[in-house]
Design a protein around this ligand. Structure first.
Ligand code: DNO
Ligand code: MN
Length: 358
């Protein structure tokens, strides 16, 4: 397991490369170019700049999260070929600096969705929260406004210029079914995977978060069966997964440890975090520790250890603790604790490997 940490860039993140370097066992940053509009080709100079910045702290830039997919591709509109061409050119550029994995998602309109970014927990920390009932009767625009008001940062997937066109986007998705989305995903993969393969870059789709439809929009990367269907769209090791335990774990029917064992060699990137789920469909993002939430993090790390996972991993969202002012879900402290919890489990499994009764 190669440990990484997400970093939003020098101008965009209160967490510094120095901070990241000081977390034990972190080898690289998971990055993106946030100022390039979705669908445009990434400029090589900007890519190289990140490489230099991270490199000066001895951190690699092997994993990109995300190269986002333009809505026209998801919608299957005529201009999709133009955007796919740009995507391919970006892959070629990323290959030049040695990128190994590209994480992306295929969620219509929204990336991850929560109803409160700073829900108070009993211990005085705050965390990302999803109130199921609230989402049933809220206008998406209202949620977008609340979310942007409560955050000093622009969050990937919630860029104001994109969301300005929200009404148009909803109109365009009006008649798009799940089956249409599958077909549009296949079209994209059939063009992109051969290029990624040629450049030895593994593609890892991130599951939908939460793993069910929101605001009536179709969502397809939600369960074990759907992941299986996805992998068969283009049955090639370069067409793989970013297996996110927290996104999938928001649905208690999803057994993530079982998915790790089933899809082993198709998992290129592991997002590991916990969530506490409630019967009414609400969930809150707790600390990474198994006992604190509903997801069996211990069992998941054991599964990764058992399959001899050599891919990349990162802690995912953390709580906001110790008074830290940070990007929602992406503070330094709780994610740092997350890294150490994951290493603690991993090292213990390593020590007992092959021993009877371990
Ligand atoms: C949620 C996060 C996501 C992720 C994107 C990837 O679990 O990891 O925000 O970054 O969906 O495209
Ligand atoms: Mn994730």
């Amino acid at each position: 397991m190669k440990m990484t940490m997400r970093w939003f860039g020098e101008e965009n993140d209160q967490v510094s490369l120095q901070d990241i370097k000081q977390i034990p066992g972190v080898e690289g940053v998971v990055w993106s170019l946030y100022d390039v509009p979705v669908g445009e080709e990434w400029p090589l100079e900007k890519i190289k700049k990140v490489q230099e910045q991270a490199g000066s702290y001895g951190l690699n830039i092997d994993v990109v999260e995300s190269v986002n997919v333009h809505e026209d591709i998801k919608l299957g509109l005529p201009k999709r070929d133009y955007y796919i061409d740009n995507y391919i050119k970006t892959i070629e550029k990323l290959a030049q600096v040695g990128v190994k994995v590209i994480c992306y998602n295929f969620m219509p309109v929204f990336d991850w969705t929560r109803t409160n970014l700073f829900e108070e927990m009993e211990d005085g920390s705050t965390a990302l929260f999803f109130k199921n009932e609230k989402l049933q009767d809220i206008d998406p625009m209202e949620l977008v406004n609340t979310i942007s008001k409560n955050s000093a940062y622009t969050m990937p997937g919630w860029e104001p210029e994109r969301l300005k066109h929200l009404a148009d986007l909803f109109e365009q998705y009006k008649d798009v079914t799940e089956e249409d989305l599958w077909e549009n995903l296949r079209y994209f993969l059939e063009k992109v995977i051969p290029v990624a393969k040629q450049h030895d870059i593994k593609m890892g789709i991130h599951p939908d978060d939460p793993p069910w439809s929101v605001f009536g929009l179709p969502r397809i990367i939600t369960s074990k069966e759907k992941l299986e269907r996805f992998l068969n769209l283009v049955d090639d090791p370069y067409n793989g997964l970013t297996l996110c335990s927290g996104s999938l774990g928001a649905n208690p029917d999803n057994d993530v440890a079982d998915m790790v064992r089933t899809f082993a060699d198709r998992i290129h990137f592991a997002h590991i975090r916990n969530v506490k789920t409630y019967e009414n469909g609400d969930f809150i993002e707790t600390s990474h520790r198994t006992e604190d939430g509903s997801v069996d993090i211990n069992g998941i790390v054991k599964a990764y250890h058992d399959i001899g996972f050599t891919g990349y991993a990162r802690p995912d969202h953390g709580r906001h603790i110790w008074g830290e002012e940070c990007r929602p879900g992406y503070g330094l402290y709780d994610r740092g604790l997350g890294v150490m919890y994951l290493w603690g489990l991993w090292d213990a499994f390593e020590r007992t490997k092959g021993k009877v009764n371990a």
